[in-house]
Structures are given as C-alpha cells and as structure tokens.
Design a protein around this ligand. Structure first.
Ligand SMILES: [Ca+2]
Ligand SMILES: [Ca+2]
Ligand SMILES: [Ca+2]
Ligand SMILES: [Ca+2]
Length: 360
C-alpha cells in the first residue's frame, strides 16, 4: 500500500514536471537558462578551491590529542598579508597548518565528469560507517569558498544540534548534495554516547567522525542558488554522530544492496525493467511474490534477566535486522535472510523463476 502511494506520487511528480516544462516553452521566449558546462566549471572550481587551501590555515595542534573535539573548535584563518596584499608566511607553524598541506585529495565520477575534492580528517570516528544511501545524524556548518575569497565569511547553513539527513532521496523528499553522499561514508560514526547528567536529555557522543570537506560546485548545488549564488564551492565542517541503515521501499533489502552494478548509484538498477528501480520496487523481479516474502524471516528472543544473561545472536552478512524491541529485559530481534533456493547465485528475490513465499 505504501509502495503504491509512492509509485503514484512519482507519476504525479513526472506529470507536474511535464506541465511546468510545457508552460515554460509557451511564455518564456525572452529568457533562456543556460547552465555552465560541467567540465569547464570543474576546472574553474578546482583553481578556486586550491587557491583557498593554499591561503588558509587551521589550528592543527588543538586536535593532536583527544577524540571529542567539536566542529566549532575548528578555526580556519586566512594567511596574513603585507601592505601590497601579498600573502605572508604561515604564523606559528608549530600550532597551525596550511590547509593544502593537511587535506587529502580524492576524485569521483559524477554526471560523466571527474571531480576533485578535498577532505580534512580530524577524527575518523570509532563506530561503524554509513553507506551512501543511509540516514546520517550530523552537526555541521556550511560556508562558501567563493565568499571567503572575496572577503566575506557568511555561514549559509548550520546546525549545532544533531539533525538527520537521508543521503539518498527517494524522488519525493529533497535530496542532499552529492558531496555529502560521497564524503560521509568515508568517516565513521560515534563509538557510543553518554546521557548528559544535567538531566536535560542532552547526549554526549564519544569518538565521532570530525572533519571538513572542500567541495566543487558540481558536487554541490551547481547552477542552483540555495547558498545565495550559483556555482558556489562549499566548505562543510561536520561531525558524523550516528547513522541508520535505510531501506527506502521497506522490502527487507537495505538500499545500498539494491545497487546491483556497484557503481554507487541506486537510480540505475531495475531488474524487472518496469521503470521502478530496485530501491523503490517492492517486487524486484516482478514474479508476483514481494521481495520481503522471498526473504527467510527469523525471530530471536534473548532473555537478559537470566544468570548468566542471554547473549545476542551474531547477524549473518546476508541477514538484516527488521526490528528490535526490548521489554523488561527480553530482547526480540526480527530479521530476514537472503535465500537462493536453486543455488544459482541469483537470490530468490531477483530470480523470477523462484516464487517461494517464505511467509506462508
Ligand atoms: Ca547502480
Ligand atoms: Ca523494478
Ligand atoms: Ca526493492
Ligand atoms: Ca519477487
């Protein structure tokens, strides 16, 4: 039922898009929006970001010890200049480091363009790492390289309280920028947290991912104006606190596993070619048995009130937790496991010739 609504909504959105497009054709003769070429823009953006990284430094020695620094502890400062505006040497090099000497450089392909981006890793984090389709809980602050280079340092977006973002849009919810989908899986979430004893319910996270990303406009809003201007190269200071594995179509298969060709894009995998890609398709092989029913269900009951207390099961690599509840020391964990009835390497939920319903 939920999926039908989703499909209908997607169809509705497609229709609305068509209607808007038609309207534009009729009455917008005087204005033609032309987007910059992505490859050419990336060359300009790379120059801007490298200029920024070679003229700004951060308070590196503050991060030499300790695992719980905050993004608000990160101070990025422009190099001092002489009277003619020429940059001077790095002040106090014992405690400061030029960003260019501190970041790691990476490349990623996106929309047929090879993008270079830069990450300052101040703490990797001690927990697990999110997949590119998961929901992340973060604190962050966003500024623009272009602003900084022109002498302004406005924060266009931030959250000092933890906030959740889905790294993969389902086509209805708004999508985060590609930059976040690329960078957050490089870090680990917190190893754990303590409830603050002030009684205010505030949580102190331990050993979380902490860093700064320097991202070209093509991995951000590109020609969009969410930051106030187009083609902004963005800087995000961030803390990766927690994440939750996302299963967009709630079919039991985590969304990151619905990327069958492993190209880190789940919008191009459609086993049954019905127009609904696998991560929003509840019957991936169109054999009439839902994907969830083609997985083997299991329920574990763990009694932690006994002596010695019950021990939680090890969850297999092809097994996924659907729910977990704890009532008076009794933990109930419901899982599903991928089945391959005829052992041909294609799991039942992607094999249209196998129609076993494991819920019957
Ligand atoms: Ca894919
Ligand atoms: Ca499909
Ligand atoms: Ca699916
Ligand atoms: Ca099926």
């Amino acid at each position: 039922m939920k999926i039908k609504t989703l499909k209908f909504s997607l169809l509705l959105m497609a229709l609305i898009t068509v209607m808007i497009s038609c309207k534009n054709d009729d009455d917008d003769d005087d204005f033609v929006f032309v987007e910059e070429d992505r490859t050419e823009q990336q060359v300009k953006d790379k120059d801007s970001i490298l200029l920024y990284l070679s003229t700004h430094y951060y308070n590196s020695s503050d991060f030499d010890t300790g695992l719980n620094h905050k993004y608000t502890d990160i101070d990025i400062t422009e190099l001092p200049k002489d009277d003619e505006g020429n940059y001077l040497a790095l002040p106090d090099p014992t405690n400061n480091t030029l960003l260019l000497d501190a970041v790691d450089t990476y490349t990623t392909e996106y929309l047929d363009v090879s993008y270079e981006y830069y990450v300052l890793n101040l703490n990797q984090g001690g927990g697990d790492s999110p997949a590119f389709t998961d929901i992340v809980r973060v604190r962050y602050e966003g500024t623009s390289v272009n602003d900084a280079l022109s002498g302004t340092n406005e924060v266009f977006d931030s959250s000092v309280t933890p906030v959740n973002f889905n790294l993969q849009s389902n086509g209805i919810s708004t999508s985060v920028i590609k930059a976040w989908q690329v960078v957050f899986p490089m870090f680990n979430a917190a190893s754990g947290f303590d409830i603050n004893d002030n009684g205010n319910g505030i949580v102190d996270f331990n050993n979380f991912g902490l860093g700064v990303m320097f991202m070209p406009s093509g991995l951000c809003y590109f020609s969009g104006t969410s930051t106030g201007s187009s083609y902004d190269n963005l800087i995000f200071k961030f803390e990766l606190l927690q994440f939750e594995v996302e299963d967009h179509d709630n079919d039991g298969i985590p969304s990151y596993l619905e990327d069958l060709d492993n190209d880190l894009d789940i919008t191009n995998d459609d086993t049954d070619e019905d127009g609904f890609v696998n991560f929003i398709d509840s019957d991936d092989d169109a054999d009439g048995v839902s994907t969830l029913s083609e997985l083997i269900p299991n329920t574990y009951i763990v009694d932690t009130t006994t002596t010695p207390p019950g021990v939680e099961p090890t969850i297999a690599a092809n097994e996924f937790v659907r729910s977990r509840t704890e009532v008076e020391g009794i933990i109930t964990i419901k899982t599903v496991t991928i089945a391959d009835f005829n052992n041909d390497g294609t799991p039942d939920y992607l094999d249209e010739n196998i129609t076993i319903d494991y819920n019957e």
